[in-house]
Design a binder for this molecule. Structure first.
Ligand SMILES: Nc1ncnc2c1ncn2[C@@H]1O[C@H](COP(=O)(O)OP(=O)(O)OP(=O)(O)O)[C@@H](O)[C@H]1O
Length: 371
């Protein structure tokens, strides 16, 4: 964990003139009509770092981004951009246009009466004209839009307009980019391409970026770090690998995709499941545990022929999902326990209904939590 999250005196250090991360939220809290929707959040972004605020609808992601942008005043807590205090209730509230942040939202409206080039130049009008043009064309080029410089926005597709909006937000070289679901209105293929282009541009420009998304795959694609939120709080912050491989609680596992769930009781450091005996280190004897098994953790091997009796694990249904196959399996354990589970296996693997199978688990994708 970083010192920025741990140190209660960090904002005092910044106020005393030490330079800091590009953006820091220090115990930021926000209430609407007495309800807390953002609860004492600590978060910082270093230069060039892409951090994703990930979480279900209504968990407070946009409110936190709006607080960083200066569009919403926190109820308490402080916001720093570099070493400058830009929000503190009862005192400071630097307006958005004076924060040196770039903003892009899901539906970023371009000025319809300006060409693409003029739209991008809009935020850098204090520069000499020639420099404005060079800068705007450079960014449009990086986002694959240089050929559209002289057309008007209404002649562009939604994806093209989104690229122009990103170029416009990046043009003033903001210290921090704040992006709220900027790709969500695009269809899947276009979204992948624009995400990829955007990530490369942000990294080339070394821009600290806070990106809001509810899509775990997007967060993993874009983020150096993810802050996963629930009900106004950050449940876990870390690299995508940290969250995926070392989830802090069941909510984190479930958020990254559907999982098989089973409950059991620990005896002598072991819990018995329909998939065999699992080691349950660190749990007290007699304690109840929740066992979460990712579908990717289940390795399936075909046995000879159909399941001859009710005690052999067998296939209920197979479906091809494209790059993977999904098998519905009835698993039978050593002590007669039964479980319906999903296994996701690479490639085309579609055993017939009733096919007898043996099952093995990749324990790196199995998680045990106390109840
Ligand atoms: N100006 C406001 N006045 C009152 N309540 C608000 C206001 N803005 C947001 N809220 C409430 O705060 C909560 C958090 O909203 P927020 O938009 O931050 O969530 P979110 O995680 O971004 O959700 P989504 O992914 O659906 O956009 C919601 O319950 C919302 O209704």
């Amino acid at each position: 964990m970083s010192i920025y999250q741990e140190s209660p005196t960090y904002s005092d250090q910044l106020e005393n003139g030490l330079s800091g991360p590009s953006l820091m939220l220090d115990r930021v809290h926000c209430q609407f009509h007495g309800d807390s929707v953002v609860k004492d959040i600590n978060l910082h972004l270093e230069a060039g770092e892409v951090v994703c605020l990930l979480g279900p609808s209504g968990c407070g992601k946009t409110t936190l981004l709006r607080i960083a942008a200066g569009l919403q005043m926190p109820t308490r807590g402080k916001v720093f951009l570099g070493s400058s205090l830009v929000s503190a209730p009862g005192g400071v509230q630097v307006p958005p246009e004076k924060r040196n942040v770039g903003l892009a939202f899901q539906e970023s409206a371009l000025f319809p009466h300006l060409t693409v080039l003029e739209n991008v130049c809009f935020g850098i009008s204090s520069m000499p004209k020639k420099q404005q043009r060079t800068r705007a064309l450079e960014l449009l080029g990086r986002l694959g839009m240089a050929d559209a410089a002289n057309v008007y926005p209404h002649t562009l597709s939604g994806g093209q307009q989104q690229r122009v909006a990103l170029a416009r937000a990046l043009a003033p070289s903001p210290r921090v980019m704040l992006l709220d679901e900027p790709f969500s209105s695009l269809d899947a293929r276009l979204r992948d391409q624009i995400r990829d282009d955007t990530l490369h541009v942000l990294k080339e420009l070394n821009t600290a970026t806070l990106l809001v998304t509810h899509d775990p795959e997007e967060a993993m694609f874009m983020a150096d770090r993810i802050a996963l939120m629930r009900d106004g709080e950050i449940v876990q912050t870390g690299t995508p690998t940290d969250l995926y491989c070392n989830p802090a609680e069941p909510f984190v596992v479930n958020f990254f995709g559907q999982v098989n769930e089973h409950r059991g009781v620990v005896h002598n450091g072991v819990v018995t499941t329909p998939l065999g005996h699992l080691e349950a280190k660190g749990f007290e004897d007699g304690s109840s545990v929740r066992i979460l098994i990712r579908p990717e953790a289940v390795k399936v091997r075909q046995l000879e022929g159909q399941a001859g009796d009710d005690r052999t694990s067998h296939v209920l249904m197979s479906r091809l999902l494209g790059p993977t196959s999904l098998l519905h399996i009835c698993a039978h354990g050593p002590d007669g326990q039964e479980m319906h589970l999903h296994a996701k296996v690479p490639g085309v693997f579609l055993p017939e209904q009733g096919q007898a199978v043996s099952l093995e688990l990749d324990m790196s994708q199995v998680f045990l939590f106390g109840e």
